[in-house]
Design a protein around this ligand. Structure first.
Ligand code: 5AD
Length: 365
């Protein structure tokens, strides 16, 4: 039975509930082995530019939700975004991730197209976009402008929980958009938060099987971290969401490693970051442990420090004060400390050619 590494719903749930350190050691080792055999030892660095905190959505967990009137809203001028992209290259990052709130009115299609075109013209980096649910037409324009990849987390595959935490939204739109992105030729990334109030072990098992079915190119997972200026930062609201003990997934560091490791086993070739949210729970070792339990990507922050505090999607985000340069030094040291090399190319997903059946390139299944 593969030592329980055959990823059926039951096995995944058993791993998620496992608390025996010596048994979990087997999971960490297997994830590390699958990572090494499929994507190698290189760690790819993706410089994150949080270029606008404008947002029209009311997601119950997110610090930049529209109702948060404490925040001054910003959108970085094109020249500043370009300067970040040049910084990225100078630090040896070969991908720039452009992330912002979801605001078609403030973050206009044409503006993003122009940013992407300029970066692709002037700097030798891959461009990843993370701008939420946008129309297929917008996604197509940005692809034509040269964008290479798109991140759109499903957050949870549980349709009911998704709609409760994203008022007025339907998770099925995200699945459709992931398919649209794939058809447009993007590398496609998705992911979830771990320990959302109301999230069950069974639903995380479904999330992981969803990633595998879709054969996604990138998977981002991080713990849910309560933000005091949001509904899910208030105890009386959380109480209404929480499942019974034994059903509710806790938003812990260990649970995050378990999901990360299982994602690696489910999607051996995917690029998987050791996320900032994980580093936030364990500043000393979180990033490194993530990289030793399945991850192969780190996303250092390039956002100018003057904007950082305005982009607190969750509180006490790791490294919020470090400048981009300090961040780069810190990350290099950490990667060196675990004896892994830094990637030197764009770090695209390498699809391993496999002959015969079993290749699930076809995401329509
Ligand atoms: N805790 C953890 N992660 C969060 N995100 C948003 N708010 C929080 C929070 N409170 C994550 C979401 C989103 C990504 C950009 O940040 O998963 O997709």
């Amino acid at each position: 039975m593969n030592g329980g590494f055959e990823l059926t719903e039951e096995n995944i749930e058993r791993w998620l509930r496992c608390e025996d350190a010596s048994v979990l050691e087997k999971l960490w080792n297997e994830a590390d082995r699958v990572r090494r055999e499929n994507v190698g030892d290189e760690i790819h660095l993706r410089g994150l530019v949080e270029f606008s905190n404008h947002c029209e959505r009311s997601c119950l967990y997110c610090g930049i939700r529209r109702e948060n009137s404490k925040l001054e809203r910003y959108i970085m001028p094109i020249e500043e975004i370009l300067a970040c992209a040049r910084d990225a290259l100078s630090f040896g990052y070969r991908t720039v991730v452009l992330q912002a709130g979801e605001s078609p009115a403030r973050i206009e299609e044409e503006y993003v197209s122009e940013v992407v075109r300029r970066i692709k013209d002037e700097v030798d980096v891959a461009v990843t976009l993370s701008l939420g649910e946008r129309t297929p037409e917008e996604l197509e324009s940005w692809r034509k402008a040269g964008a290479d990849r798109y991140l759109l987390r499903i957050e949870t595959s549980d349709l009911e929980l998704f709609s409760r935490i994203h008022p007025g939204r339907d998770r099925r739109l995200r699945t459709r958009l992931l398919d649209v992105l794939r058809e447009l030729g993007y590398e496609v990334g998705t992911g979830i938060m771990i320990g959302i109030p109301g999230q069950s072990y069974r639903s995380i098992a479904h999330d992981i099987l969803f990633f595998r079915k879709k054969d996604v190119d990138m998977i981002g997972v991080g713990p849910f971290i309560a933000h005091p200026d949001t509904p899910l930062g208030r105890e009386e609201v959380v109480k209404r969401f929480l499942l019974d003990e034994g059903e509710q997934v806790p938003p812990t560091e260990e649970m995050t490693y378990k999901v990360l490791a299982l994602c690696r086993i489910a999607c051996p070739e995917a690029n998987i970051p050791s996320t900032t949210a994980l580093a936030t729970l364990n500043l000393a070792r979180g990033r490194e442990l993530g990289l030793q339990r399945g991850a192969n990507v780190v996303m250092p922050n390039l956002t100018p420090t003057s904007y950082r505090k305005l982009y607190e999607i969750y509180p006490s985000k790791a490294c919020i004060r470090e400048s981009a340069g300090e961040y780069s030094v810190c990350i290099r040291d950490r990667i060196r400390s675990i004896g892994r090399p830094m990637g030197t190319d764009h770090g695209d997903r390498r699809r391993r050619r496999k002959s015969g059946p079993g290749r699930t390139e076809d995401e329509t299944s």
